[in-house]
Design a protein around this ligand. Structure first.
Ligand SMILES: [Zn+2]
Length: 462
């Protein structure tokens, strides 16, 4: 005993333990398992405790009826299933999706030839064309991918939610482009690019989100929707102008010429008719577009530059109209119930509010008269709808349509908004437009594959 220990007998552990329970105990071996598996609370003071655990890890695994080899096999299987679910499955499901053929003689439907249009029973394929130009239907043929409402998530959701939905949109987008890479020309997104766009803070937060969009959907032309700049009652010129600048939009209404085809791009938030400065500006732009396209008027270079985006195709032709809100319809009861992505019973009879679910009736009429579109593509509802307008609604005259006028509402591209998102592959020539709808994998299929895999791994001995 040292002199110091003698002065302080409490430190003399040989003579007087600190507490009887902290004495190192030797556990009697009562089974084939090592005694260290029965460590008690006081045993943690044992200096060799960690080494003991390390030595006995395989035995602990055996105790719980699995071992490292089995675990490794299961991890490999799970990794392969993940690779399939989040990558290969998308390429396989979308492999058959091609750009449609504009030849009406391939549709096996005699009425196609006489009526200058074809629509399949489930509306997944369709074609409109000028019957006077049957020999030139592939003149200036271009191919476009169209989809709507990706709703890229903002900083208001958790990381996994964002990753799950955006990874699958990106892989859908990449596989669609890769499968048709030899024919692919352009991509158009029909609005609601962001889910939280109107609330993004000025500066870094907004810039990061815009860069993120360009990473996920590179080389896409994007329209603005209410989630990007807010509904007409809540929007303002700041929100609209920053999104216009970020997405390359010229103004509230413009003629965008891509691959030598004219698209009229309208900002539905401006098409409110509510008497605000924004709605008045929209009406002025609409008038100007009509004069440029059909009257060869409006010589002012300044006004033309604010409307014409690209090199205008001067061929006398009706443009394609793209916008976020659909043109006015009272509800979706005019849409067929046959397609698998049409509105459900609740949404189908939901009465639309003007400038919220659809462009107000008077503005819709004005758009048709001024733009005289040959076909219309819109989004916003998240559901599929094909409707036909009275073709006289675009007015008579030399640009009178030679085929029916259809509007196609394209469903949302995100699993967050529906289980079976889809997109359109569109072929456009100077004399015809054809579409083919393609579905991306269902979210329920991916979840189902995981559930079955986990059950197999749990119950089947490997
Ligand atoms: Zn919307």
């Amino acid at each position: 005993m040292s002199e110091r220990d003698a002065k302080n007998p409490d430190l003399n552990v040989h003579q007087k333990p600190i507490h009887p329970k902290v004495t190192i105990m030797h556990v009697k071996k009562t089974s084939s398992l090592p005694s260290t598996l029965f460590l008690r609370k006081h045993d943690i003071i044992q200096p060799n405790f960690l080494k003991s655990i390390q030595r006995n890890v395989p035995k602990i695994f055996k105790l719980f009826k699995f071992n490292l080899k089995t675990m490794f096999k299961k991890l490999v299987i799970l990794s392969l299933v993940s690779l399939y679910c989040h990558f290969l499955h998308f390429f396989i499901i979308q492999f058959k999706c091609e750009f449609p053929d504009l030849n009406p003689y391939t549709k096996n439907d005699d009425s196609t030839i006489s009526d200058a249009f074809y629509v399949s029973k489930d509306e997944s394929e369709g074609l409109v064309y000028n019957p006077d130009e049957l020999q030139n239907l592939n003149q200036n043929l271009q191919h476009f991918m169209l989809f709507s409402d990706p709703h890229l998530l903002g900083p208001n959701v958790n990381f996994f939610d964002k990753l799950w939905h955006e990874h699958h949109m990106k892989i859908s987008y990449e596989s669609a482009r890769w499968n048709q890479r030899k024919l692919f020309h352009q991509v158009m997104i029909l609005g609601d690019i962001f889910d939280w766009g109107m609330f993004l803070k000025h500066g870094q937060e907004f810039d990061d989100q815009v860069n993120h969009f360009h990473e996920i959907f590179p080389n896409a032309h994007a329209l603005l929707g209410n989630h990007d700049v807010a509904f007409p009652v809540h929007t303002n010129t700041y929100r609209i102008s920053r999104m216009n600048a970020a997405m390359g939009r010229r103004s509230l209404a413009e003629v965008l010429t891509v691959s030598n085809q004219n698209f009229v791009v309208l900002n539905s938030v401006g098409a409110s008719g509510d008497g605000s400065d924004i709605s008045k500006e929209f009406d002025r732009k609409l008038d100007s577009i009509g004069r440029i396209l059909f009257e060869n008027g409006l010589k002012s270079e300044k006004v033309r530059a604010s409307i014409i985006n690209g090199t205008l195709n001067q061929t006398p032709n009706n443009p394609i109209l793209v916008q976020h809100f659909p043109l006015w319809r009272h509800d979706d009861s005019i849409c067929s119930t046959k397609p698998p992505d049409t509105a459900n019973a609740h949404d189908r009879f939901y009465v639309n509010k003007p400038a919220r679910e659809a462009v107000p009736p008077a503005i819709s009429k004005n758009i048709l008269e001024k733009i005289k579109p040959r076909i219309i593509f819109s989004g916003h509802t998240h559901n599929w709808c094909l409707r036909e307008f009275d073709r006289s609604s675009v007015g008579a005259g030399k640009m009178e349509l030679k085929h029916p006028l259809f509007e196609l509402s394209v469903p949302s591209f995100s699993w967050r908004n529906r289980n079976n998102p889809s997109y359109l592959m569109v072929s456009v020539s100077d004399h015809g437009v054809g579409w083919k709808k393609c579905f991306v994998p269902k979210q329920s299929t991916i979840v189902g594959i995981y559930v079955v895999t986990l059950l197999i791994l749990f119950f089947v001995k490997l």
